[in-house]
Design a protein around this ligand. Structure first.
Ligand SMILES: [Zn+2]
Ligand SMILES: [Zn+2]
Length: 303
């Protein structure tokens, strides 16, 4: 299962309908959080993501993206969590998170591993690899790309039987693309198993100007989640504040050749009517949608 739940879609300040930035991604049997703005834990309850978080990936350390982690980790501790939790993010994540989490008098009941990461870093999780790429914001910032592990090709048991391969470990070998020997005969996997199927790919930019690194990271992705703080009429402000417009996000999606674009991190100006953002993005890239709190997307396998 690869399921995204948008937990907060507002930029800078929350509104009645939108919380601060956070995105839950269920992959490989665990929940990964991308950013954790204030109020995220309540959104997780509201939208039923579960609390079995394996790691939190921060895009950068502006307050609207990380303050929710303080309360959330306290809650996990209170609920009796013992499994360690990994936090990943750019500079100055270590100093900031350590102060935030350990300077108080309450101790957490589980271990927190803080990893200050740079572009190119790879984090192995049960569902695949999460890679950091450089983005362009006013502070050190990273985008994150989840590349699911490739799946073995479809296996045809009847063909294996026809070729005289007995059910058991030899089937497993064939499924993993390795030839097997049965009574002196070498059986190639090609006749029995279809080619390896690529895993799904999801990219989350965090706050950023449009940049080449996003296009490279998102090349052929199933889903791109992009900063879309402003509309056309605030192009200058987008540049000043190092954010993107919906149209620019659409261009990134088109250049990267992704299957689908979801716009998030909306200025409060578009809180109740994000229509203009959707229209502007779709002029560049038709498969664009604007996120709302609680939006859930199941990323399907292609082919
Ligand atoms: Zn932000
Ligand atoms: Zn920011």
């Amino acid at each position: 299962m690869l399921r995204l739940t948008f937990l907060g879609t507002s930029a800078a300040a929350p509104t009645l309908g939108r919380g601060l930035t956070a995105l839950g991604l269920r992959a490989g049997g665990e929940l990964l959080l991308f950013d954790c703005g204030e109020g995220t834990q309540r959104q997780m309850i509201r939208y039923g993501t579960g609390f079995d978080v394996g790691a939190i990936f921060f895009s950068h350390f502006h307050a609207d993206h990380y303050l929710g982690a303080i309360g959330f980790l306290r809650t996990l501790s209170m609920l009796g969590r013992t499994a360690p939790l990994a936090l990943h993010g750019p500079r100055p994540g270590r100093r900031l998170l350590e102060t935030m989490l350990f300077a108080g008098t309450e101790k957490l009941a589980f271990e927190v591993e803080i990893h200050e990461q740079e572009a190119g870093a790879e984090v192995r999780r049960p569902g695949g690899v999460v890679r950091a790429f450089a983005t362009e914001h006013r502070t050190p910032s990273l985008g994150w790309m989840l590349a699911e592990d490739p799946r073995p090709g479809r296996f045809h048991p009847e063909k294996a039987r026809d070729l005289g391969v007995p059910e058991g470990p030899l089937w497993g070998e064939l499924q993993h693309g390795r030839p097997v020997t049965v009574e002196g005969r070498v059986i190639a996997p090609e006749g029995v198993v279809e080619p390896i199927r690529p895993g799904r790919k999801v990219v989350v930019t965090g706050d950023t100007r449009p940049c080449a690194a996003t296009v490279a990271a998102a090349a052929g992705a199933d889903l791109l989640v992009h900063d879309s703080t402003f509309g056309d009429e605030e192009q200058a402000r987008a540049e000043e504040t190092a954010h993107s417009t919906a149209r620019e996000a659409g261009r990134m999606a088109r250049e990267a050749g992704v299957a689908r674009l979801v716009l998030t991190h909306l200025s409060t100006r578009y809180d109740t009517d994000p229509g203009p953002l959707a229209r502007q993005a779709r002029e560049e890239f038709p498969a664009s949608d604007v996120a709302y709190d609680g939006l859930t997307i199941e990323v399907a396998h292609r082919g």
